[in-house]
Design a protein around this ligand. Structure first.
Ligand SMILES: Nc1ncnc2c1ncn2[C@@H]1O[C@H](COP(=O)(O)OP(=O)(O)OP(=O)(O)O)[C@@H](O)[C@H]1O
Ligand SMILES: N[C@@H](CCO)C(=O)O
Length: 320
C-alpha cells in the first residue's frame, strides 16, 4: 500500500481551485508503490496522478525531478508530465506535504518478461539517456559507491540476523567492486533513471507506453543504468541470469545508443554494483520497517543471490 497521507475533501477542493482542471470527481488511493502517497484523480478534464511526497524524497530536490520529467515528456518519451496550476507552478503543498499532479499514462507493467519486452525496454532506456542530454541540470547519485559502506554500517546487525556472515561477505564485495569501479570521466554519463524495475515500466502489448517513478533519477554512468536493468529484468529467478534476456536488452539498447568497448567491459562490475545498491537499500528498509507497517518489505536476499551470480561471471559473459 502507499497511501500514507489521507486527503480531506475540503483540502482537495481548495487544492483543485489552483488548477484549470475542473473539480475532482473522484480521488482514490493507489495501493502500489512504497515511497509516496499516490492518488488516481479524475476531473472533468480527464485522469491524473496526484502525488504527495513522503519521507525519502527531499523537497528541495523535487524541482529537479519534475523538470526532468517535463523535459523528457516534451521530447516524446512516454513519461508523466507535471501539470502546472494557473500560476505556472507544478509543485505545491497539500496536507502539509509537497504535492504535484502529473499526467496519467496508459498501459500496465508486464507479468512475464520475454526477449521482446527486454528489447523494447532497452530501446526505451537508450532513448531516456539520449533525450536527457539536453537537460543540463546535475544531480549526484546519492546511492552511488561512496554510499554503500555507510549504508552497510547503518544496517547494523540486520544482515547477519537474516543470513549469518552476510555483513562480512557484502563488505568484501563492496571493497572489491569499488576498487574496480570505472572512472566516471572515461565512460559516457548523463541523466539516468536509476530504478527502472518492471513495476516502473508500463507496456501496451510489446510497446513501452510509460516510464514512471523518477525519484531516484540522477546524473551518472549510462551503463550503470543498464546494469540496474540487467539485475531487475534478466534474472527469471533469484540467481539465474538468462543470456537470451541479456542479449535482447543489450540489442534493444544499442538500437538507440551504441555501447563503447569500455562500457561493455565495465558491465560486469557495474552489474555487481547495482546488485549491491539494491541489496543494501532493501536490507536497510528490512531493519527499519516494523513488520506490522502497511508496507510490503522487499527481500534483500534475492540481491545477495544475484550478486553472487554476477561475481561468478566474467566480462566476456556480457559480450552476448
Ligand atoms: N503517471 C502514471 N500513470 C498511471 N499510473 C500511475 C502513474 N504514476 C503512478 N501510477 C500508478 O501508481 C503506482 C505507484 O506509483 P509509483 O511506483 O511511482 O509509487 P511510489 O510509491 O512513488 O514509488 P515506488 O515504486 O518507488 O514505491 C504505480 O504502480 C501505478 O499503478
Ligand atoms: N526498485 C526498488 C524499490 C524502490 O524503488 C527495489 O526493488 O528494491
Amino acid at each position: 500500500m502507499a497511501v500514507y497521507t489521507t486527503i480531506s475533501p475540503e483540502a482537495l477542493k481548495a487544492f483543485m481551485t489552483q488548477y484549470d482542471l475542473g473539480e475532482a470527481i473522484s480521488c482514490e488511493g493507489i495501493a502500489e508503490g512504497v515511497e509516496n502517497s499516490n492518488y488516481l484523480l479524475a476531473t472533468h478534464d480527464g485522469r491524473y496522478i496526484l502525488t504527495l511526497y513522503e519521507k525519502r524524497v527531499k523537497a528541495e530536490e523535487l524541482p529537479w525531478f519534475l523538470g526532468l520529467m517535463r523535459h523528457l515528456a516534451s521530447c516524446a518519451l512516454p513519461c508523466p508530465t507535471p501539470v502546472a496550476g494557473r500560476d505556472g507552478e507544478s509543485l505545491r503543498s497539500l496536507m502539509e506535504r509537497p504535492a504535484a499532479i502529473t499526467t496519467f499514462l496508459l498501459g500496465r507493467p508486464v507479468d512475464t518478461i520475454t526477449p521482446e519486452i527486454c528489447r523494447a525496454l532497452g530501446k526505451a532506456l537508450a532513448d531516456f539517456h539520449e533525450l536527457g542530454r539536453d537537460y543540463p541540470a546535475h544531480r549526484p547519485n546519492a546511492l552511488g559507491p561512496e554510499a554503500w559502506k555507510p549504508l552497510l554500517v547503518a544496517c547494523g546487525e540486520t544482515g547477519d540476523k537474516l543470513r549469518p556472515g552476510l555483513t562480512h561477505e557484502v563488505s568484501q564485495a563492496i571493497d572489491d567492486v569499488v576498487a574496480k569501479w570505472p572512472d566516471r570521466e572515461k565512460l559516457p554519463y548523463g541523466q539516468i533513471h536509476a530504478d527502472l524495475f518492471p513495476d516502473n515500466v508500463f507496456f501496451q502489448g510489446e510497446r513501452v507506453s510509460g516510464i514512471i517513478d523518477f525519484y531516484f533519477a540522477c546524473t551518472d554512468l549510462f551503463a550503470y543504468d543498464l546494469a540496474i536493468c540487467i539485475n531487475a529484468w534478466c534474472f527469471p529467478d533469484e540467481q539465474r541470469l538468462e543470456p537470451i534476456l541479456l542479449k535482447a536488452l543489450l540489442r534493444g539498447y544499442e538500437a538507440g545508443r551504441e555501447l563503447s568497448a569500455a562500457e561493455r567491459q565495465a558491465l560486469s562490475v557495474l552489474s555487481q554494483g547495482a546488485a549491491l545498491r539494491f541489496l543494501l537499500t532493501r536490507l536497510y528498509d528490512w531493519g527499519h520497517t516494523s513488520p506490522d507497517a502497511l508496507v510490503t518489505r522487499k527481500d534483500p536476499l534475492v540481491y545477495l543471490s544475484r550478486l553472487r551470480t554476477l561475481r561468478g561471471m566474467t566480462e566476456a559473459d556480457f559480450h552476448v
